[in-house]
Design a protein around this ligand. Structure first.
Ligand SMILES: Nc1ncnc2c1ncn2[C@@H]1O[C@H](COP(=O)(O)OP(=O)(O)OP(=O)(O)O)[C@@H](O)[C@H]1O
Length: 228
């Protein structure tokens, strides 16, 4: 049971922005993809959830080829994608935002158990929350849908590092419930700390694939990987 990219190439506009990437996301673990701006990390996640098509290779979810499935079908198959930017419905309350994905009270309670801060704000319009709390709503809503695999794209954008720090153990906890998390982050060190497997991508190519702790322990290796 894994989410697998086999030799995937993604093209946009003039040519490939991702070339021959192979990667496996395992349930219960965090896998991270880091790399410089414009390396192709967002395109990689978009190809997994079906926002854009792939031009080579294949994508498998628990043994089923989903490469040609619509975004909706991939979502029904258990793939959730938290895209960049805070995708909340600002005029809805926190509770209403969660009800969009939680099909049962148990799903709602399960999501809220991860975010005790949100319990007190359930009836507040989401627009009134801080940036960090809004990202909690985004994450809680994605978790309430009970995905098998969760793709997270730069949740730290626009947040102070100290605010994003609060989300890191929650992402780790989500993985511990059995979800396979694929984390794309600009704060590479924070992502590497909670990840088991890691990829560094530069200009669409994999420049490192291996244990996250090896990159953390060896700043030269990380620097070399970033330089491609
Ligand atoms: N909608 C688009 N149409 C054409 N080219 C695009 C589009 N979106 C991204 N690109 C190009 O694809 C390449 C990879 O971009 P992508 O956003 O996937 O990288 P990234 O690693 O996520 O970067 P960042 O960290 O800045 O978000 C870049 O050269 C970018 O200019």
């Amino acid at each position: 049971m894994t989410l697998k990219l086999n030799d995937v190439t993604v093209s946009r506009g003039v040519g490939p922005v991702i070339s021959n990437v192979t990667l496996e996301v395992t349930p219960g673990e965090v896998t991270t993809v880091v790399g410089p701006n414009g390396a192709g990390k967002t395109s990689l996640l978009e190809s997994l959830s079906g926002v854009i098509g792939i031009s080579g290779g294949s994508i498998e979810l628990d043994g089923v080829d989903i490469s040609k499935m619509s975004r909706r079908r991939r979502s029904h198959a258990g793939l959730a994608h938290v895209q960049q930017g805070r995708m909340i419905f600002p005029s809805l309350t926190v509770k209403e935002n969660l009800q969009l994905t939680a099909s049962t009270k148990a799903d709602m309670d399960g999501a809220l158990a991860l975010f005790p801060e949100l319990e007190k704000r359930l009836d507040s319009a989401t627009v009134l929350l801080s940036g960090g709390e809004q990202q909690m709503v985004v994450l809680a809503r994605a978790f309430a849908a009970k995905p098998k695999y969760l793709l997270l794209d730069e949740m730290s954008l626009g947040l102070a590092p100290v605010v994003f720090l609060r989300l890191i153990p929650i992402i780790e906890q989500i993985a511990k419930t059995g979800v396979g998390v694929l984390l794309v982050e600009q704060f590479a060190h924070l992502a590497l700390k909670i990840a088991s497997d890691s990829l560094v991508i530069t200009s669409g190519h994999v420049s490192y694939h291996g244990p996250a702790d090896a990159l953390l322990k060896d700043p030269d290796l990380l620097k070399k990987a970033y330089l491609g």
